[in-house]
Design a protein around this ligand. Structure first.
Ligand SMILES: NC(=O)c1ccc[n+]([C@@H]2O[C@H](COP(=O)([O-])OP(=O)(O)OC[C@H]3O[C@@H](n4cnc5c(N)ncnc54)[C@H](OP(=O)(O)O)[C@@H]3O)[C@@H](O)[C@H]2O)c1
Length: 203
């Protein structure tokens, strides 16, 4: 399996589920990143205990408070990350945070629709915008003028709070798959949707 070359990584929603497992496997990989910025809504709260335990053992893991549905929180987090990076540049942004409203068309209300749209659609775009300022020159050289390789990855149906214990995949298997797909991505994949095994899913 090819090793992930990213030296500086930022993840959203990293306190539980797939996000937390991504942090664990990135830290435990053959070539751990120099910096992992693990963001979550409440790094001081009970739901981030596992993440705090990891940070106490791994000095390259930095916890940053970030609610992706709050634009000013994104700007605040970007400042903290930029300060820590000190001009080095961000190699990889993983927009993992997301919500899944268990509602039907008959019962969903406009507040729920807006909350989901803000978190799952607007949040990742604002994160990408903030990350633009932190991109590295090396990516720009590899991926042309735009300097960004952007893909959507489907993790499969995964046993997490969102996926429930009925799901097909363990979080370990899904994340192992996702992390083995990342190093083989190239310009030809940009804009594609791929699954956790690297197979292209037609949009
Ligand atoms: N599990 C599956 O089967 C499956 C299938 C397809 C796609 N996915 C996608 O995979 C990603 C991770 O899913 P998961 O299964 O790990 O879900 P999960 O167990 O429900 O965890 C969701 C994570 O997103 C965070 N989050 C939610 N809203 C946020 C916000 N506004 N700002 C920052 N963080 C926020 C949560 O933080 P809090 O603890 O603060 O709530 C939590 O860390 C999601 O984008 C999901 O749509 C999952």
């Amino acid at each position: 399996m090819a090793a992930l070359r990213a030296r500086t990584v930022l993840l959203t929603g990293s306190n539980r589920g797939i996000g937390l497992e991504l942090v664990k496997q990135l830290l435990g990989g053959p070539r751990p990143p120099t910096w992992i910025f693990a963001t979550c809504r409440d790094p001081e709260g009970p739901r981030a205990q596992e993440l705090r335990d990891l940070a106490s053992r791994h000095p390259n893991l930095v916890l940053v408070k970030l609610d992706v549905a709050n634009p000013s929180a994104i700007a605040d987090a970007a400042k903290i990350v930029e300060g820590k990076l000190n001009g080095v540049g961000l190699n990889l942004l993983i927009n993992n945070a997301g919500i899944y409203a268990q509602v039907s068309l008959e019962t969903v209300d406009s507040d729920e629709m807006i909350r989901t749209y803000k978190t799952n659609a607007v949040g990742p775009l604002l994160m990408a915008q903030a990350a633009l300022n932190m991109l590295t020159k090396c990516q720009a050289l590899t991926y042309g003028e735009a300097g960004i390789l952007c893909v959507a990855l489907h993790p499969g149906w995964v046993k997490t709070d969102m996926g429930t214990q009925e799901a097909d995949l363990t979080v370990d298997t899904s994340v192992r798959g996702l992390l083995s797909v990342l190093p083989v991505l190239s310009e030809k994949h940009s804009g594609n949707l791929l699954n956790w095994e690297g197979k292209v899913i037609p949009w």
